[in-house]
Design a protein around this ligand. Structure first.
Ligand SMILES: NC(=O)c1ccc[n+]([C@@H]2O[C@H](COP(=O)([O-])OP(=O)(O)OC[C@H]3O[C@@H](n4cnc5c(N)ncnc54)[C@H](O)[C@@H]3O)[C@@H](O)[C@H]2O)c1
Length: 436
């Protein structure tokens, strides 16, 4: 269904939108957005990954964000040819923004996307960045690339916008069609148009940020704030371990105060919370400020895998056979990127233990190729380990019966509960227990 032009077009201003939208990058963010926008607009999805496009055309979303019936019912068209996006009035860029080996922003995918879009950009179009970036990237990095590759002038021939993505993979409540969408544009009119476009896709409404840099900064501190709060809880957890107190018990107790913040200890993986603070720290550094607290939080959280592994080790007697349950970066998603469970596995192996790893959601080939981990299968056949490390709170692990878990740890092994999955479960007294 093609809508008429957004209301902001009235008055004959230079911005011309006929609501043909191209989504550049069809991952965890791009695909749900494409499907949501396609309920109101004419949407084409472009990705450089031919296999991803092939799977999407077949109705298969390996990220598990969109189920097959919804994908098949959607009007989104998928392509690997950027020329198919030539008539788009709005290009929304949702490509990865990772860090490099030195934890510096790697803007290459974003630059590549802009280099692809520039030559097909039509006059009057808007390019909206949704990828998480530090303040300034949209106007100072993307803008010049788009100008150079299109031969047009930003702010006159085409326009820039930024609209941060807030979705949380695996979270079926705060979905792209329900959350408040922050929008910002190079001009008031562009902001209005983006508010109209995104407003059609979400029932949560839109918020017009004062300008693009404000919207970029807001997104990056949303995640940096979480990282720092988790780092605080992780540091407190390390202290409580030495004191023989459970952090979960302490947090539950402190949480009875009306203004105590609800954060839990654990690994901070994935490509958002563990990455975005580095973007802000990088920009801070460029303008002569050392982002002390932000980087300290990062350091504490980065060290959590080693801390957990060493704590588990100190509860074992000698070289042990250990089963790690879960390897994805968070529960109930198949996403392996930047998972910190690998730190636990690596340190346990360094300490001389034999470690098996199980995960029902992770892709076996991906785990082998990118993490060098051979996942084992058939959970019900796994028995007689010296220790189980519950590393990821997948529902399938939460649902395990105490009897099944006891069999896995050979009747008297160690049950190490990183996520507090079984903290209220009764086990036979022979089972040794460790938790944060
Ligand atoms: N996943 C999240 O929870 C989440 C939440 C909020 C914000 N973000 C941000 O959104 C952005 C995208 O994240 P994601 O999780 O969707 O990444 P993703 O890796 O799942 O998907 C990105 C897609 O972009 C494609 N791609 C890479 N380079 C491209 C190019 N030059 N042109 C076209 N396609 C290209 C990849 O093939 C991939 O399919 C990142 O900046 C991320 O920080 C992610």
């Amino acid at each position: 269904m093609v809508h008429t032009a957004p209301a902001a077009l009235k008055g004959g201003n230079k911005v011309s939108v006929k609501t043909k939208i191209s989504i550049v990058g069809l991952g965890y963010v791009g695909l749900p957005l494409a499907v949501a926008l396609a309920r109101s607009f004419d949407v084409i999805g472009y990705d450089v990954n031919a296999n991803r496009v092939k799977e999407l055309r077949q109705g298969h979303d390996r990220t598990m964000e969109i189920d097959t019936p919804s994908l098949r019912a959607s009007s989104v068209r998928f392509t690997t040819d950027i020329n198919d996006t030539r008539d788009a009035d709005i290009h929304i860029v949702t490509v990865p923004t990772p860090v490099d080996e030195d934890d510096k922003p790697d803007l290459n995918p974003l630059k590549g996307a802009c280099e692809a879009v520039g030559p097909v950009l039509k006059k009057g179009a808007i390019v909206v960045v949704e990828s998480t970036v530090y303040p300034g990237v949209t106007e100072d990095v993307c803008g010049p690339i788009l100008e150079e590759t299109s031969g047009m002038t930003s702010g006159a021939d085409f326009y820039l916008g930024y609209s941060p993505e807030r979705i949380n993979p695996g979270d079926k409540v705060h979905t792209v069609d329900k959350i408040i969408k922050v929008v910002s544009g190079q001009t008031e009119e562009v902001t209005d148009i983006l508010a109209d476009v995104y407003g059609a896709a979400t029932t949560g409404g839109t918020y017009r940020a004062r300008n693009i840099k404000t919207a970029e900064a807001a997104k990056v501190i949303e995640n940096a704030q979480r990282d720092i709060n988790i780092a605080f809880v992780n540091e407190a957890t390390m202290i409580f371990q030495k004191l023989g107190i459970s952090a979960y018990d302490v947090l539950e107790t402190a949480g009875t105060k009306w203004n105590f913040l609800n954060f839990t200890p654990g690994l901070v993986g994935g490509h958002c919370i563990g990455v975005d603070p580095f973007y802000l720290a990088h920009r801070a550094n460029e303008v002569g400020h050392f982002a002390d607290l932000i980087l300290t939080g990062r350091r504490i959280n980065e060290n959590m895998g080693r801390f957990i592994a060493e704590s588990v080790h100190s509860n074992l007697s000698g070289k042990s056979k250990i089963l790690v349950l879960g390897v994805t970066f968070k529960e109930n998603v198949p996403d392996l990127r930047n998972t910190k469970v690998v730190d636990i596995i690596q340190v346990l192996r360094e300490l001389g233990h034999e470690v098996d790893v199980h995960d029902p959601l992770a892709d076996k080939d991906e785990a082998s190729q990118f993490l060098d981990i051979d996942l084992i299968e058939n959970l019900s056949d796994l028995k007689g380990y010296d220790a189980i490390v519950g590393a990821v709170a997948h529902s399938v692990y939460r649902d395990l019966s105490p009897a099944a878990l006891e069999e896995m740890v050979g009747g008297n092994g160690l049950l190490a509960d990183v996520k507090g999955i079984w903290r209220n479960t009764e086990f036979s007294p022979a089972i040794k227990r460790w938790q944060l």
